[in-house]
Write a protein that binds this ligand. Structure first.
Ligand code: FE2
Ligand code: FE2
Length: 361
């Protein structure tokens, strides 16, 4: 895998379109590509959770969404040019960012299957990469309708990869699968009540789609349950870190798409609260702590973080020494605010012995 971001040079040699460039961009807030220590991953032993493991594997083998990701007559005619320019821009950003996240899972899971030697782990990641490839492909189909599909082969070769030890992959990916579920189901349920706000057919596919994400999250919950050390002792501090990082990133990113949420008739603050509530509730299945989402410190801290990121963004658009000073200053404010969010006392959970859940939201 290429660990160097060769964006500029490659773009000169191979003309890549705008969406491929957007997907390739690796910033603090954009979805990343990951790689891990495959030998360490091979050491996972599923015997302690054998029964639950066999159940989730049977579910994955049965491939419930095999025929779901096809455009049927439900796929209403849609013209991107009918959208207001701001909405068009934000919707494309939403599609590209979702696609990058889906494809990031696909690439990582595929590598885990390809490079692993542990048969059970390889089988799990084989099923999950199959699902993520479908998800990414389906989003890319919608972008293809306007000639803006992402060059996924190019992206695989040129996007920067971040190395995470397997346990960090488990924490981060578990959360992104469950938050992905919560995001898709919340939009889907909202649009069931407000069908006139469903401005693109892809949202109709979200209900069954998010069940895939839910299942993937269940598999990661089980991987963490194979070894009690992964969710105790010092690792609880890491879990806390990932909870704050994943939650805060989502809130900041959603705020950058006001026109998109307005078109869906979704109040962003309500939506984020709902998604975090669902994700936090689900994560009690495996994490011994949860963030106190009702704490005024959490709510105010998120607002301060948002402000700092807005100011940072503003400074990035300016030039000269003033811009540099502002970037350093607001970068430091954002960093300190993140630390203050991290230090808010958390709530303790007693994790159930049998942690399996069903997607009931
Ligand atoms: Fe997915
Ligand atoms: Fe997934």
């Amino acid at each position: 895998m290429n660990s160097v971001n060769t964006k500029v040079k490659s773009a000169e040699r191979n003309p890549v379109n705008k969406t491929t460039e957007m997907a390739q961009d690796t910033t603090l807030l954009n979805p990343r590509f990951y790689t891990t220590d495959f030998d360490e991953l091979d050491k996972v032993n599923v015997e302690p959770i054998r029964e639950a493991w066999d159940n989730i594997m049977n579910e994955l083998r049965s491939d419930p969404n095999k025929t779901h990701f096809k455009k049927t007559k439900e796929w209403d005619k849609f013209d991107f040019d009918d959208l207001e320019p701001e909405l068009r821009k934000e919707f494309i950003d939403f599609l590209v960012s979702s696609l990058t996240a889906e494809f990031s899972g696909c690439v990582l899971y595929k590598e885990m299957k390809r490079r692993g030697k542990n048969k059970e782990i390889c089988e799990l990641f084989g099923h999950m990469s199959r699902d993520e490839a479908r998800h990414a492909g389906f989003i890319n189909d919608s972008l293809r309708e306007i000639g803006m599909d992402v060059n996924l082969g190019f992206l695989t070769r040129t996007k920067k990869y971040t190395f995470f030890k397997p346990k960090f992959i488990f924490y981060a990916t578990y959360l992104s699968e469950k938050i992905g579920y919560a995001r898709y189901i919340t939009i889907y349920r909202h649009l069931e009540k407000h069908p006139h706000s469903r401005f693109h057919p892809i949202f109709k596919w979200f209900e069954k789609w998010c069940n895939d994400e839910f299942r993937h999250g269940e598999a990661f919950a089980l991987l963490m349950k194979t070894d009690p050390k992964l969710t105790s002792g010092l690792n609880v501090w890491w879990i806390r870190f990932f909870l704050v990082a994943v939650f805060a990133t989502m809130v900041i990113r959603d705020q950058t798409r006001p026109a998109f949420h307005k078109a869906l008739n979704v109040d962003i603050e309500w939506y984020d609260r709902e998604v975090l509530r669902i994700t936090s509730e689900i994560s009690k299945q495996v994490f011994p702590i949860e963030i106190d989402l009702e704490s005024p410190r959490w709510k105010n801290g998120l607002k301060r973080l948002l402000k700092a990121f807005e100011k940072l963004d503003e400074a990035k658009r300016q030039r000269g020494i003033q811009s540099k000073i502002k970037r350093v200053y607001f970068g430091a404010v954002a960093g300190l605010t993140f630390v203050s969010l991290y230090l808010i006392p958390v709530k303790k959970n007693s994790v159930p012995k049998n942690s399996c859940l069903q997607p009931t939201y």
